[in-house]
Design a protein around this ligand. Structure first.
Ligand code: ZN
Length: 237
């Protein structure tokens, strides 16, 4: 089991860049867990009990309004960490986090993560760098939601899901996409159909299959590329 955890830890971009001996030490406190689609990991404003390092699942960070509507602030996959509010004892979760694509994650309790961070300067730096990237992603979402069209944001979101999951086949429904993009399902259905007619993707029951990445990139706003460059700058050793 320990070997499986170590191998999984290498697939997460925050953990995978740790020096080998630090990675070994940190991984002894982590547990591998399967997260089903739709599982809610954190509730906005509530204490963060567990922290997750995705190694196959993709998690949406949602900003929830008082009337119950929500919009996506960030997409977190194997490049990141879910539940960074755990780093501070006083903060509740800033967002609601929901599993968007089912898969595995390595998890630790909030107290365990704080302990690991205090003992490992290399992990502390990786977490700090990722926190900075996440802040950039959230700030970018503010501009994107205001300035870019729904069609551009849909393409961008599909590319982000592809990056975060490492797969062209995305097990997501159009209803879920509408929720993530804060839009109506008929509008999303129309846009997905247009993308299918243009040859960018194919629809299958409960799945979208990306068939032409270049076409999606041409349809997306520049946020996708800007964030990818920022990730490389901050997180690639
Ligand atoms: Zn944008």
């Amino acid at each position: 089991m320990r070997t499986a955890i170590l191998e999984a830890a290498r697939r997460n971009r925050v953990l995978g860049a740790l020096p080998p001996e630090e990675l070994c030490r940190v991984s002894t406190s982590l547990r591998l867990q399967f997260l089903p689609r739709g599982a809610q990991l954190h509730e906005q404003g509530r204490p963060v009990a567990q922290v997750y390092f995705p190694v196959g699942c993709v998690v949406a960070a949602l900003q929830v309004m008082r009337d119950g509507r929500s919009a996506q602030a960030a997409t977190i996959g194997s490049e990141g960490v879910v539940g960074l509010g755990a780093l501070s004892r006083v903060d509740g979760a800033a967002v609601r986090t929901v599993v968007q694509i089912a898969g595995e994650a390595l998890c630790a309790t909030a107290a365990e993560l704080r302990g690991l961070r205090d003992e490992s300067p290399a992990l502390a730096e990786r977490l700090q760098r990722y926190q900075r990237f996440l802040l950039t992603q959230v700030m970018r979402a503010v501009g994107c939601n205001q300035l870019h069209s729904l069609s551009q944001r849909l393409c961008r979101h599909l590319l982000a899901l592809r990056d975060a999951s490492g797969a062209d086949v995305l097990a997501i429904t159009q209803e879920f996409l509408a929720e993530m993009l804060g839009s109506q399902r008929p509008r999303i259905n129309r846009l997905v159909k247009q993308l299918e007619e243009a040859g960018a993707l194919r629809r299958r029951r409960g799945e979208l299959i990306i068939t032409d990445v270049a076409k999606l990139e041409r349809g997306a706003c520049d946020c996708h590329l800007a964030l990818r460059e920022e990730f490389e700058r901050l997180m690639v050793p």
